[in-house]
Design a protein around this ligand. Structure first.
Ligand code: ATP
Length: 479
């Protein structure tokens, strides 16, 4: 079943059960504390908190998500993408635990020829929160094998916003891939054999004094209880398509095939290269989707995340032996794989690709200038005799790479790590701080010893130049 069909089935199922289906919100998070939309519930937060009235008390969506926290897992685990799609069904003061559990079980276990996903109930496992006997009894009634239910504490199975407000236990659903993928014992024993596919959150408490996930105070029961669920579309797809991981599914794998053609190497030959192939496929797709929502490469915030994704794709292709430009061979393939689900990519692609290819050109120049300097620094680090940890690139070398050759510290760290050496990051930071204070002192001199840097933040908020009206508009101001 293609990924888009799996998504459609989910949305159809919940539409048939009275849910209003809404399109994905932008990847640019409406929540100012996070750069990207990291979960399906993010656009629904005002409804979950009771701040706004939802257009329907039952809603469902397939939300585009980006999680940079998972970037180091990409390609190494079977289940982490920087971009992924989260299916979700939500109840705002409407149905609660019994229905949420019933819907999940029914959709997962109904045979595929009857509109469901057709998972064998024997492969399904759940975790539940310590005190949540009700959830365990509901799962048992649905037909879940009691031996496949594991109890977890607050750290794993209790959700809060991180502050005072709604909170509640959750129940996570896992699929057992079988003994060839790891050890017996359920998700508590092995999260790479037992794959988490769906998290059901039962928001029934009001909490305060949330010092940490395990140190909070339950004030009482909420008057309006909510359901918030998130199912990983790519994870469902890889399990249902009989693949080994999310990168081999229909919306991602074509980029791996394109990378094979370009590099002349084969996916599946050795694990090191395979990780690189998966990183390329994941990052190219994430960059495409992030750009489609209007982000452009820059040195801060979302733009910097995008820049890193593009650069890591290019560098992974270099480690696969390709020195030439790669994005013109890869980006259109990712677009073709994603456009059936996101047709807006067709209209936006011309501009997106021009920006991406320009970014690759600039990065290739940076790499050409800095790589040989880094190599010398790494050799020097490896020569230091008493190094027990494979050597350390000096803070001064990392600083020169940054200052003269445009290598951001993350790039130096990554490239040094590939060669088995560390970087003296504290010294690098110290040198950066010194440079900053020198620059500030110079600026002060130029501005006749008046420190105007207090206006810097304000200046950034201006969308257009302001004119001085003191001479012409004095009368209106005096009133
Ligand atoms: P994990 O512990 O496996 O990283 P999680 O606990 O962070 O998952 P949730 O935050 O509960 O996951 O997200 C809900 C669902 O979204 C998960 O059950 C999973 O199916 C999917 N999901 C989460 N993170 C990713 C990711 N980086 N790539 C693909 N799917 C993901």
């Amino acid at each position: 079943m293609r990924t888009s069909v799996i998504a459609k089935r989910y949305l159809d199922y919940f539409a048939n059960h009275g849910h209003m289906v809404v399109p994905s919100a932008s990847l640019i998070s409406p929540n100012p504390t996070t750069l990207f939309t990291i979960a399906g519930m993010v656009p629904f937060i005002p409804y979950l908190l009771g701040e706004q009235t939802p257009p329907s008390h039952r809603m469902a969506s397939n939300q585009k998500c980006v999680r940079t926290l998972d970037i180091d897992e990409v390609g190494k685990t079977t289940r982490h993408g920087t971009f992924f799609q989260m299916l979700g069904n939500f109840s705002f003061g409407d149905y609660f635990k019994a229905e949420a559990i019933h819907y999940a079980w029914e959709l997962l276990t109904t045979p595929q020829n009857k509109g469901g996903y057709g998972f064998d109930p024997e492969t399904l496992w759940v975790t539940t929160y310590t005190d949540d006997e009700e959830a365990r009894s509901l799962w048992r009634n649905e037909g879940m094998d009691p031996a496949h239910m594991q109890i977890m504490g607050m750290e794993d199975n209790f959700w809060t916003t991180g502050g005072p407000g709604p909170g509640g236990p959750c129940s996570e659903i896992y699929v057992d891939r079988g003994p060839q993928y790891g050890i017996e014992g359920g998700p508590a024993a092995d999260e790479s054999r037992y794959i988490e596919i769906w998290d059901l959150v039962f928001e029934n408490y009001e909490v305060d004094n949330v010092k940490s996930k395990t140190d909070l105070h339950i004030v009482g029961e909420l008057q309006h209880k909510n359901i918030d669920t998130g199912a990983g579309l790519e994870r469902l797809a890889y399990l249902m398509q009989g693949k080994n991981n999310i990168y081999e599914t229909d919306e991602v794998y074509p980029v791996i095939e394109a990378a094979e053609r370009v590099s002349g190497r084969s996916y599946g030959d050795n694990e090191e290269d395979d990780v690189r192939f998966r990183v390329v496929a994941d990052h190219v797709r994430s960059a495409l989707m992030i750009m489609s929502d209007g982000v452009r490469p820059s040195n801060e915030g979302r733009g910097y995340v995008l820049r890193r994704l593009l650069r890591r794709s290019v560098r992974s292709m270099r480690t696969l032996g390709v020195q030439d430009e790669v994005l013109p061979d890869l980006l259109p393939v990712s677009k073709a794989a994603m456009a059936p689900s996101y047709p807006e990519l067709n209209d936006r692609f011309k501009e997106i690709s021009e920006v991406a290819y320009g970014e690759e050109d600039a990065f290739r120049r940076t790499l050409d200038n800095g790589t040989s300097i880094l190599d010398v620094a790494v050799k020097k680090a490896k020569r230091v005799e008493d190094s027990t940890d494979g050597g350390v690139v000096s803070g001064q070398d990392a600083f020169t790479l940054h200052d003269t050759y445009g290598f951001p510290i993350e790039l130096t760290l990554e490239m040094a790590a590939e060669q088995g050496v560390k970087v003296d990051e504290p010294k690098f930071r110290e040198l950066m701080a010194e440079q900053k204070s020198r620059a500030r002192a110079d600026a002060l001199k130029k501005r006749h010893n008046v420190d105007l840097s207090v206006y810097d933040d304000f200046k950034k908020t201006l969308t257009q130049p302001i004119s001085f009206l003191g001479y012409t508009d004095f009368s209106s101001r005096s009133r």
